[in-house]
Design a protein around this ligand. Structure first.
Ligand code: HEM
Length: 957
């Protein structure tokens, strides 16, 4: 099922297997089910040649189709639900067809699942939610004849009965109305500070709070508690503002257990009473209407074959109501892929590659391919899937127009305090945490849209149109820029409801970008000797360290090789994006070298350890180091010291951390993925500089020339000049402008004049993923809503306000990413208050929801106290010193510019070194028989030792 539901990591074998299954098992069933499928070249195909183009991409197609049709099923149900006679609306025939395909595709999914037990783990129930479709008997609108009541109207702020619905009083208790409170959400947050010439927080291990202090700082750190981060970091998916007021009403003892789902509303009049039978009827009805097979085409707009808005249930009913319908009470149960079944987990010392079973209660939380979560309900134009539109119902300003009006500039400001290393580190961390699933073509490459006529395009195509007066592209024959909507995913238990996205990597900070998140990847990059990773060793005789292995498998994936010989390769790592920009590849090389260095030392200390043990233990140490550096050196610079404290992100100075909470879902939130953590795009400079070991500049190259083209790293000795460049070159400031190299030349092919526009992509990505506008996210973060454009004065630059006025009809329409980077930064931080809030909240969840977090002190997963003290010594500066070929000095905190007093350059030898002897493990097992003079046992031990030493010597030779 993995191949079906997720998309990007399918290997040839998997595709072949899938294709065989489709050919041999599914197709006959489908054919007998309805005579509507043409078999072409033994593959799933349709009469239209559209599908032919993507035929090898069947897993993606199916994923898309399953999901797209889930949406349509949702819409269909909504429609059915919202019509008074509970009969289906008359949709156009293609609508019905699409809806019906759901059923078949789900069947396909189940069958494929049945034949692939190793995929069993994906998409098990990650909600832990008990669905309570019936309203509480205490509700005035309780109707025993209704299985489900959906609200016809929704206003979560003004109906106290609605709120109490979530936590009904116990039958024995007298019912009392909760007090009326003012529901106008206007927290008196202080206005953001004026732009500052920020002096960043210089991380200092002594600054880490003790655990006692942490608890004091955040006394309500249990989920469901009122106020601050605590309620938002809970595992709840309830609307946070609602939850906040609910908390105010009920006090901290309200009954929000586990993952409280958005509640079913009653009251308010005009609600819709529904039986499960109605849903079955709607599905059957759709099935009956099937006449032909068709892959859905353009489904990104509210097109004529969508139900008319007046037929569709209110958005709130879709968002809050539909997912609550227990589809296991309907015929969907029989069609829902069996992958949704829970898995059994065993407690193990090492993380799984996929992140599965990190959480023993909710095994799939944070694992590869799980659905992304949200801080706010999605804002889709149709409530389900169509990209966000303006409040007025009109289209939002075109993304490319927003890009060139707001995000382009002749000159960008440098942030002289921050180095390029922040970009590489930020991007590596991002790749460790998130990777939105995207449909791929048959070569596992990005889908091309512009080169096909609209009716021939992949269903997920949603290209960006260039206006005629585009200041840059008007000079070139380009009117269309490729853009593909992210794959829509199937949620556990097949609920109805709005579109959601899939994260194909685990959301834990677990170094999966280095090691891969699937066995096939890890196998490819491991040496299977001494716990080492594969490397290119050619320059060893010159005294230089190894390079990453060449990416000879799938060499064009994420690599621009045009104009080069066929044996020019990018580099291979655990993540397919590691060649996206050269300095990221450099950082991957640093971690490769460091991994192998640690593995070698461990193997000397513990000669009896197997390759597997050495690999896993090294991987565990490297993950811990990355966690430590990220929270100790990187995050304080990005969000500032105050935010670190406010969100409980400071690391422990001593002892173990006790913040692990199995009720916290560490899954990636869409608002973080599509907007807040893309702050990094604003700081990417137009050039990449090289420096020598004396920290003097050598030269610079255009950024576009090293995007997906890391080839110069093959030159002996060049690696160091980029490492020195990374710690000496300043980054751009986080502000509204971006480098031209990524707004006009992103992934430009050699010899061409133009590429893609990352600003436009970010804007459209946010819209297609249903990320709400900036104003809503502000409110989510506890700040006042902006009522007029002029309220933005003091929050962003005056000129930016003026441009927003020009472009957007309403302040609520402003895209989150756009205003997020435009916000003046918090004191001592790189980002403004809204991005700081979202980033901090996500990182708090990643730490608290990770059972393998390096500071944790429970079970078999913990480091010993001595080991933990060694990990706490980790300094990024020391790692760079050790990984470079020839580095003598570096500033103490290389994410920040060197400064004679606050961040002086020090000798590498003076930086604290991690002592791995705490990992020494007595190879001789303690055995009472030995103590008792049992010669036989002693002989066995000696034989075993000899055999191991021999094997090791042989392997080394
Ligand atoms: C030269 C540097 C960089 C380049 C060329 C680059 C390019 C890209 C591209 C092409 C995407 C996919 C956009 C889409 O289709 O939605 C992306 C996604 C993303 N980028 Fe960057 N990026 C860079 C640096 C950074 C940095 C420094 C950060 C953070 C500090 C960052 C954070 C992200 C995030 C969070 C995503 C979404 C990833 C996902 O889940 O798929 N990027 N970037």
């Amino acid at each position: 099922m993995a191949t079906i539901l997720a998309t990007t990591t399918t290997t040839t074998t998997m595709t072949t297997t899938l294709s065989n299954i489709i050919d041999t098992v599914i197709m006959p069933i489908l054919l007998s089910y309805r005579k509507m499928i043409t078999l072409n070249n033994s593959r799933l195909s349709t009469t239209a040649n559209v599908t032919e183009k993507f035929s090898n991409d069947s897993h993606n197609q199916i994923t898309g189709v399953i999901h797209e049709n889930f949406h349509k099923m949702s819409l269909l149900s909504s429609n059915t639900i919202s019509s008074s006679n509970l009969k289906m609306q008359k949709f156009s025939s293609s609508w019905i067809i699409r809806t019906a395909i759901i059923l078949m595709m789900m069947m396909m999914a189940s069958i494929i699942q049945a034949s692939s037990s190793s995929l069993e783990n994906y998409f098990n129930d990650d909600t832990g939610t008990s669905i309570m479709a019936r309203p509480s008997p205490y509700s005035p609108d309780y109707h025993p004849e209704c299985d489900i009541i959906l609200p016809a109207s929704y206003s979560f702020m003004n109906n106290l009965e609605e709120m109490t619905e979530l936590s009904p009083p116990l039958p024995t208790q007298p019912q009392s109305l909760p007090p009326v409170i003012n529901l106008d959400v206007n927290d008196n947050y202080p206005p953001p500070p004026p732009p500052s010439s920020s002096s960043y927080y210089y991380p200092n291990d002594n600054d880490a709070l003790t655990n006692a202090e942490l608890i004091l700082t955040n006394p309500n750190h249990h989920h469901g508690a009122l106020g601050g981060i605590s309620f938002r970091s809970s595992a709840s998916t309830m609307h946070p503002i609602l939850q906040k007021y609910l908390s105010a009403i009920t006090g901290n003892n309200h009954h929000i257990t586990k993952r409280s789902t958005p509640y079913m509303m009653t009251g308010g009049g005009g609600n819709i009473c529904l039986n499960y039978q109605d849903i079955n009827q709607a599905i059957q009805s759709a099935k009956m209407s099937l006449g032909m097979f068709s892959i859905p085409q353009e489904n990104n707009h509210l097109s004529s074959d969508y139900p008319k808005p007046e037929h569709v249930a209110k958005v709130e009913a879709i968002v809050y109501g539909l997912p609550r319908i227990d589809t296991t009470n309907t015929i969907i149960r029989d069609m829902c892929p069996s992958i949704m079944k829970p898995v059994k987990c065993e407690s193990n010392k090492y993380r799984t590659l996929s992140g599965m079973c990190n959480n023993l209660e909710y095994p799939s939380w944070g694992s590869t391919r799980s659905a992304m979560l949200r801080y706010m309900p999605p804002d889709y134009a149709d409530g389900l899937s169509a990209p966000r539109m303006a409040k007025s119902g009109q289209p939002l300003p075109p993304p490319r127009v927003v890009s060139f009006v707001l995000h382009q500039a002749d000159e960008n400001d440098y942030d002289t305090e921050v180095t390029y290393l922040v970009i590489a580190w930020g991007q590596m961390v991002d790749h460790d945490l998130t990777f939105a699933s995207m449909p791929k073509d048959k070569n596992d490459q990005s889908i091309k849209c512009c080169k096909y006529a609209p009716q021939q395009r992949h269903p997920n195509c949603y290209p960006i149109q260039m206006p005629n007066d585009d200041p840059y592209y008007k000079f070139y024959p380009r009117k269309c820029m490729d853009f593909v909507r992210s794959t829509a995913g199937v949620k556990p238990n097949c609920p109805l409801g709005p579109r959601h996205q899939i994260n194909v990597v685990s959301s834990f900070l677990d170094a999966d970008c280095i090691y891969g998140g699937a066995i096939s990847t890890t196998k490819r990059i491991r040496e299977f000797n001494g716990g080492r990773l594969k490397s290119t060793k050619v320059y060893r005789q010159m005294g230089l360290k190894d390079l990453l292995p060449a990416k000879t498998k799938n060499p064009d994936q994420g690599c621009e090789r045009s104009g080069r010989t066929s044996n020019s390769y990018c580099f291979d790592t655990g993540d397919t994006r590691s060649n996206v920009q050269l300095q990221l590849t450099v950082l991957h090389t640093i971690w490769l070298r460091h991994h192998n260095q640690i593995a070698d030392v461990l193997s000397e200390i513990n000669p009896h350890w197997s390759d597997e043990k050495l690999f896993q233990e090294t991987r565990r140490i490297v993950s811990a180091m990355i966690q430590h550096i990220t929270y100790n050196e990187f995050l304080p610079i990005v969000v500032g010291r105050q935010t670190m404290t406010k969100y409980g992100l400071n690391l422990q100075k001593f002892g173990y951390y006790h913040g692990y909470d199995a009720k916290i879902n560490p899954g990636i939130r869409v608002e973080f993925q599509a907007a807040a953590f893309r702050f990094g795009h604003s700081i990417v400079p137009d050039t990449v500089d090289r420096f020598n070991k004396f920290h003097q500049k050598i030269d610079s190259v255009r950024l576009a020339s090293v995007l997906r083209q890391p080839f110069s790293l093959y030159h002996p000795g060049v690696m160091d000049s980029f490492i020195f460049g990374m710690v000496n070159q300043p980054a751009y400031r986080v502000d509204v402008t971006m480098a031209n190299e990524i707004t006009n030349h992103l992934f430009q092919k050699p010899g061409e004049q133009f590429g893609l526009d990352l600003a436009a992509i970010n804007i459209l990505r946010g819209r297609e993923m249903g990320v709400p506008g900036y104003n809503y996210m502000r409110e989510y973060c506890g700040m006042q809503r902006i009522k007029h454009f002029t309220d933005l004065y003091g929050i962003v630059h005056n000129e930016t306000v003026r441009r927003y006025m020009e472009l957007y009809e309403h302040v609520d329409d402003i895209d989150f990413w756009s205003a997020g980077i435009a916000e003046f930064p918090l004191m001592g931080a790189m980002v403004g208050p809204t991005f700081a809030c979202i980033i901090a909240e996500q990182f708090a969840q990643i730490r608290k929801g990770d059972r393998f977090w390096y500071e944790n002190g429970h079970g078999t997963t913990k480091f010993s106290m001595d080991q933990l003290s060694e990990i706490r010594k980790t300094k990024l500066a020391r790692i760079l010193c050790e990984a470079a070929d020839d580095m003598e000095s570096i500033q103490l905190y290389p994410l920040l510019a060197a400064h004679s007093t606050s961040n002086p350059r020090v000798n590498c030898a003076d930086l604290p070194e991690m002592d791995l002897t705490s990992w020494r493990e007595s190879y001789l097992p303690y055995d009472n028989n030995v103590g008792n003079g049992n010669i036989a046992v002693m002989n066995t031990i000696i034989d075993d030792y000899k055999a191991k030493s021999k094997a090791k010597a042989k392997a080394k030779a």
